[in-house]
Write a protein that binds this ligand. Structure first.
Ligand code: PMP
Length: 292
Protein backbone atom coordinates (compact mmCIF):
# COMPACT_ATOMS: atom_id res chain seq x y z
CA UNK A 1 0.00 0.00 0.00
CA UNK A 2 1.37 3.45 -0.88
CA UNK A 3 0.82 6.06 1.78
CA UNK A 4 0.73 9.60 0.44
CA UNK A 5 2.92 11.99 2.31
CA UNK A 6 1.27 15.15 3.56
CA UNK A 7 2.73 18.37 4.89
CA UNK A 8 1.70 21.12 7.28
CA UNK A 9 3.37 24.33 6.07
CA UNK A 10 2.99 27.49 8.15
CA UNK A 11 -0.58 26.60 9.06
CA UNK A 12 -1.72 24.94 5.84
CA UNK A 13 -2.14 21.21 5.08
CA UNK A 14 -0.98 20.16 1.61
CA UNK A 15 0.11 17.08 -0.33
CA UNK A 16 3.89 17.05 0.21
CA UNK A 17 4.62 17.59 -3.50
CA UNK A 18 2.68 20.86 -3.37
CA UNK A 19 4.22 22.22 -0.16
CA UNK A 20 6.72 24.79 -1.45
CA UNK A 21 9.16 27.21 0.13
CA UNK A 22 11.38 29.77 -1.66
CA UNK A 23 14.74 28.54 -2.99
CA UNK A 24 16.52 31.33 -1.10
CA UNK A 25 15.40 29.97 2.29
CA UNK A 26 18.56 29.84 4.42
CA UNK A 27 17.54 26.36 5.51
CA UNK A 28 18.45 25.30 1.97
CA UNK A 29 21.29 27.77 1.35
CA UNK A 30 23.16 27.12 4.61
CA UNK A 31 21.40 24.38 6.56
CA UNK A 32 20.31 27.23 8.84
CA UNK A 33 17.50 25.79 10.90
CA UNK A 34 16.53 23.09 13.39
CA UNK A 35 14.38 19.99 13.29
CA UNK A 36 12.83 17.05 15.12
CA UNK A 37 11.86 13.55 14.04
CA UNK A 38 8.70 12.34 15.77
CA UNK A 39 6.93 8.99 15.54
CA UNK A 40 3.23 8.42 15.95
CA UNK A 41 1.48 5.18 16.74
CA UNK A 42 -2.28 4.66 16.52
CA UNK A 43 -2.60 8.37 15.65
CA UNK A 44 -0.86 9.44 18.87
CA UNK A 45 2.46 11.27 18.71
CA UNK A 46 4.97 9.58 21.00
CA UNK A 47 6.68 11.83 23.57
CA UNK A 48 5.59 14.90 21.57
CA UNK A 49 6.16 17.44 24.35
CA UNK A 50 9.76 16.27 24.80
CA UNK A 51 10.38 16.71 21.08
CA UNK A 52 8.80 20.18 21.06
CA UNK A 53 10.86 21.21 24.07
CA UNK A 54 14.08 20.02 22.41
CA UNK A 55 13.08 21.87 19.22
CA UNK A 56 12.54 25.03 21.22
CA UNK A 57 15.96 24.71 22.90
CA UNK A 58 17.71 24.00 19.57
CA UNK A 59 16.01 27.09 18.10
CA UNK A 60 16.95 29.23 21.08
CA UNK A 61 20.57 28.08 20.83
CA UNK A 62 20.77 29.33 17.22
CA UNK A 63 18.82 32.52 18.03
CA UNK A 64 15.85 31.49 15.91
CA UNK A 65 12.39 32.48 17.01
CA UNK A 66 9.72 29.92 16.17
CA UNK A 67 6.65 31.85 15.00
CA UNK A 68 4.26 29.34 16.66
CA UNK A 69 3.75 28.51 20.33
CA UNK A 70 4.17 24.99 21.72
CA UNK A 71 0.35 24.74 21.94
CA UNK A 72 0.03 25.75 18.28
CA UNK A 73 2.72 23.27 17.21
CA UNK A 74 0.98 20.54 19.22
CA UNK A 75 -2.29 21.31 17.44
CA UNK A 76 -0.50 21.32 14.06
CA UNK A 77 1.01 17.88 14.68
CA UNK A 78 -2.36 16.53 15.80
CA UNK A 79 -4.01 17.95 12.68
CA UNK A 80 -1.32 16.39 10.48
CA UNK A 81 -1.66 12.97 12.12
CA UNK A 82 -5.45 13.08 11.77
CA UNK A 83 -5.08 13.78 8.04
CA UNK A 84 -2.46 11.07 7.37
CA UNK A 85 -3.68 7.92 5.66
CA UNK A 86 -2.14 5.55 8.22
CA UNK A 87 -2.28 5.51 12.01
CA UNK A 88 1.46 4.84 12.35
CA UNK A 89 4.12 7.03 10.80
CA UNK A 90 6.92 9.49 11.16
CA UNK A 91 6.92 13.30 11.18
CA UNK A 92 9.80 15.55 10.23
CA UNK A 93 9.24 18.91 11.92
CA UNK A 94 11.55 21.69 10.74
CA UNK A 95 12.01 25.37 11.38
CA UNK A 96 14.15 27.14 8.80
CA UNK A 97 15.63 30.65 9.04
CA UNK A 98 13.42 31.66 6.12
CA UNK A 99 13.98 33.40 2.81
CA UNK A 100 16.71 36.02 2.63
CA UNK A 101 19.50 37.55 0.55
CA UNK A 102 22.37 35.38 -0.76
CA UNK A 103 24.69 35.89 2.16
CA UNK A 104 24.81 33.90 5.33
CA UNK A 105 23.86 36.72 7.66
CA UNK A 106 20.46 35.70 9.06
CA UNK A 107 19.69 39.32 10.04
CA UNK A 108 17.65 40.08 6.95
CA UNK A 109 15.77 36.78 6.71
CA UNK A 110 12.12 37.72 6.80
CA UNK A 111 10.16 34.95 8.47
CA UNK A 112 11.09 31.40 9.56
CA UNK A 113 9.25 28.61 7.73
CA UNK A 114 7.70 25.89 9.86
CA UNK A 115 7.26 22.61 8.03
CA UNK A 116 5.97 19.25 9.26
CA UNK A 117 6.02 16.33 6.83
CA UNK A 118 4.16 13.09 7.67
CA UNK A 119 5.39 9.96 5.94
CA UNK A 120 6.83 6.51 6.62
CA UNK A 121 10.45 5.98 7.61
CA UNK A 122 12.64 2.90 7.80
CA UNK A 123 16.15 3.68 9.01
CA UNK A 124 17.69 0.48 7.74
CA UNK A 125 16.12 -2.32 5.75
CA UNK A 126 13.62 -4.40 7.68
CA UNK A 127 15.60 -7.67 7.44
CA UNK A 128 18.60 -6.18 9.16
CA UNK A 129 16.40 -4.45 11.69
CA UNK A 130 15.49 -7.93 12.92
CA UNK A 131 18.70 -9.86 12.18
CA UNK A 132 20.88 -7.06 13.52
CA UNK A 133 22.67 -4.13 11.95
CA UNK A 134 26.22 -4.41 10.68
CA UNK A 135 28.16 -1.37 11.90
CA UNK A 136 31.41 0.22 10.92
CA UNK A 137 33.36 2.74 12.93
CA UNK A 138 33.54 5.72 10.61
CA UNK A 139 36.65 7.77 9.87
CA UNK A 140 34.38 10.85 10.01
CA UNK A 141 34.39 12.46 13.45
CA UNK A 142 31.46 14.00 15.26
CA UNK A 143 31.79 17.79 15.35
CA UNK A 144 33.16 18.97 18.70
CA UNK A 145 30.91 21.02 20.99
CA UNK A 146 33.11 24.08 20.50
CA UNK A 147 32.37 23.85 16.77
CA UNK A 148 28.68 23.00 16.97
CA UNK A 149 27.13 21.70 20.16
CA UNK A 150 25.80 18.17 19.47
CA UNK A 151 22.70 18.98 21.50
CA UNK A 152 21.55 21.38 18.77
CA UNK A 153 19.54 19.35 16.29
CA UNK A 154 20.43 21.48 13.29
CA UNK A 155 19.49 21.03 9.65
CA UNK A 156 23.11 20.35 8.77
CA UNK A 157 23.96 16.65 8.95
CA UNK A 158 26.74 16.55 6.37
CA UNK A 159 29.33 14.84 8.54
CA UNK A 160 26.73 12.21 9.50
CA UNK A 161 25.87 11.79 5.83
CA UNK A 162 29.57 11.27 5.00
CA UNK A 163 29.70 8.58 7.69
CA UNK A 164 26.60 6.93 6.21
CA UNK A 165 28.20 6.99 2.74
CA UNK A 166 31.24 5.27 4.26
CA UNK A 167 28.93 2.60 5.70
CA UNK A 168 27.26 2.17 2.29
CA UNK A 169 30.62 1.74 0.58
CA UNK A 170 31.66 -0.82 3.17
CA UNK A 171 28.43 -2.78 2.68
CA UNK A 172 27.38 -2.01 6.26
CA UNK A 173 24.05 -0.74 7.59
CA UNK A 174 25.16 2.02 9.91
CA UNK A 175 28.24 3.96 11.02
CA UNK A 176 29.44 4.98 14.46
CA UNK A 177 31.00 8.41 14.74
CA UNK A 178 33.80 8.94 17.22
CA UNK A 179 34.49 12.28 18.87
CA UNK A 180 37.70 14.27 18.31
CA UNK A 181 39.36 12.25 21.10
CA UNK A 182 38.59 8.96 19.37
CA UNK A 183 35.91 7.85 21.81
CA UNK A 184 32.44 6.68 20.82
CA UNK A 185 29.89 9.47 20.26
CA UNK A 186 26.86 8.01 18.45
CA UNK A 187 25.45 6.63 15.20
CA UNK A 188 24.48 8.81 12.23
CA UNK A 189 20.95 9.31 13.59
CA UNK A 190 20.89 7.19 16.73
CA UNK A 191 22.47 6.68 20.12
CA UNK A 192 24.53 3.61 20.90
CA UNK A 193 24.38 1.24 23.90
CA UNK A 194 26.45 -1.77 24.88
CA UNK A 195 25.93 -4.49 27.46
CA UNK A 196 29.01 -5.82 29.23
CA UNK A 197 29.00 -8.14 32.23
CA UNK A 198 25.31 -7.42 32.81
CA UNK A 199 25.75 -3.63 32.81
CA UNK A 200 24.08 -1.36 30.27
CA UNK A 201 26.45 1.38 29.14
CA UNK A 202 26.18 4.40 26.86
CA UNK A 203 28.46 7.41 26.41
CA UNK A 204 27.45 10.59 28.25
CA UNK A 205 26.15 13.29 25.90
CA UNK A 206 29.28 15.33 26.69
CA UNK A 207 31.12 12.78 24.50
CA UNK A 208 29.32 14.19 21.46
CA UNK A 209 25.93 12.49 21.39
CA UNK A 210 22.54 14.07 20.94
CA UNK A 211 20.42 13.99 24.10
CA UNK A 212 18.23 11.30 22.57
CA UNK A 213 14.66 10.98 23.78
CA UNK A 214 14.73 7.23 23.10
CA UNK A 215 18.11 7.03 24.89
CA UNK A 216 16.58 8.64 28.00
CA UNK A 217 13.62 6.28 27.88
CA UNK A 218 15.83 3.18 27.48
CA UNK A 219 17.93 4.23 30.49
CA UNK A 220 14.73 4.68 32.53
CA UNK A 221 13.30 1.33 31.41
CA UNK A 222 16.55 -0.45 32.21
CA UNK A 223 16.68 1.03 35.70
CA UNK A 224 13.04 0.12 36.31
CA UNK A 225 13.94 -3.43 35.26
CA UNK A 226 16.70 -3.58 37.86
CA UNK A 227 19.57 -3.38 35.35
CA UNK A 228 22.70 -1.59 36.35
CA UNK A 229 23.25 1.34 33.96
CA UNK A 230 26.16 3.68 33.40
CA UNK A 231 26.84 6.75 31.29
CA UNK A 232 30.56 6.51 30.72
CA UNK A 233 33.08 7.17 27.95
CA UNK A 234 33.51 4.20 25.61
CA UNK A 235 36.27 3.35 23.19
CA UNK A 236 36.13 1.34 19.98
CA UNK A 237 37.42 -1.63 21.97
CA UNK A 238 34.29 -1.46 24.15
CA UNK A 239 32.15 -1.93 21.04
CA UNK A 240 34.25 -4.90 19.91
CA UNK A 241 34.28 -6.48 23.38
CA UNK A 242 30.57 -5.97 24.10
CA UNK A 243 28.27 -8.88 24.95
CA UNK A 244 25.48 -6.97 23.21
CA UNK A 245 25.20 -3.70 21.34
CA UNK A 246 22.15 -1.82 20.07
CA UNK A 247 21.05 1.51 18.63
CA UNK A 248 18.20 3.74 19.76
CA UNK A 249 16.38 6.62 18.12
CA UNK A 250 12.99 7.87 17.08
CA UNK A 251 13.58 6.71 13.52
CA UNK A 252 15.59 3.66 14.52
CA UNK A 253 13.40 2.68 17.50
CA UNK A 254 15.58 -0.15 18.96
CA UNK A 255 17.90 -1.96 16.54
CA UNK A 256 20.17 -4.80 17.68
CA UNK A 257 23.73 -4.81 16.35
CA UNK A 258 25.10 -7.99 14.78
CA UNK A 259 28.66 -6.85 14.14
CA UNK A 260 31.06 -3.93 14.46
CA UNK A 261 33.82 -3.65 11.83
CA UNK A 262 33.11 -7.30 10.90
CA UNK A 263 33.60 -8.52 14.50
CA UNK A 264 30.43 -10.51 15.21
CA UNK A 265 28.93 -9.86 18.64
CA UNK A 266 28.27 -12.98 20.70
CA UNK A 267 24.57 -12.31 21.11
CA UNK A 268 22.16 -10.61 18.65
CA UNK A 269 19.45 -9.90 19.53
CA UNK A 270 20.71 -10.41 23.07
CA UNK A 271 18.64 -11.07 26.18
CA UNK A 272 18.99 -7.53 27.56
CA UNK A 273 18.01 -6.06 24.19
CA UNK A 274 14.91 -8.27 24.02
CA UNK A 275 13.81 -7.28 27.52
CA UNK A 276 14.27 -3.59 26.76
CA UNK A 277 12.54 -3.88 23.42
CA UNK A 278 9.55 -5.44 25.13
CA UNK A 279 9.48 -2.69 27.77
CA UNK A 280 9.79 -0.08 24.98
CA UNK A 281 6.81 -1.61 23.15
CA UNK A 282 4.78 -1.68 26.35
CA UNK A 283 5.51 2.03 26.89
CA UNK A 284 4.25 2.82 23.39
CA UNK A 285 1.14 0.72 24.01
CA UNK A 286 0.50 2.50 27.28
CA UNK A 287 1.07 6.01 25.93
CA UNK A 288 -0.32 5.63 22.41
CA UNK A 289 -2.56 2.58 22.66
CA UNK A 290 -0.64 1.07 19.76
CA UNK A 291 1.45 -2.00 19.13
CA UNK A 292 4.52 -2.10 16.96
N1 PMP B 1 21.64 11.15 17.46
C1 PMP B 1 21.37 11.82 16.33
C2 PMP B 1 22.48 12.52 15.61
C3 PMP B 1 20.06 11.86 15.82
O1 PMP B 1 19.78 12.52 14.70
C4 PMP B 1 19.03 11.16 16.52
C5 PMP B 1 17.62 11.15 15.98
N2 PMP B 1 16.89 12.23 16.43
C6 PMP B 1 19.36 10.48 17.70
C7 PMP B 1 20.68 10.49 18.14
C8 PMP B 1 18.31 9.77 18.52
O2 PMP B 1 17.53 10.72 19.21
P1 PMP B 1 15.99 10.46 19.54
O3 PMP B 1 15.92 9.22 20.34
O4 PMP B 1 15.59 11.67 20.33
O5 PMP B 1 15.29 10.38 18.25
Amino acid sequence: MTIHSITWLNGQLLPTGQALIPVNDHGLLYGDGVFEGIRFYRRQAFRLQQHLQRLQLSARAIALEIPFSIAELTAAIEQLIAAFADGDGYIRLMVTRGAGPLGLNPKSCSQPNVIAIADQLAMIDVGHQQAGARLIVSSVRRLPADGLDPRIKSLNYLNHILAKIEANHAGADEAILLNAQGRVAEGTADNVFIVRNGRLLTPPCSEGALEGITRDLVLELAQADGLETGEQPLGVYDLYAADECFLTGTGAELIPVASVDCRALPSCPGPVFLRLQQAFRRTIERECGGIL
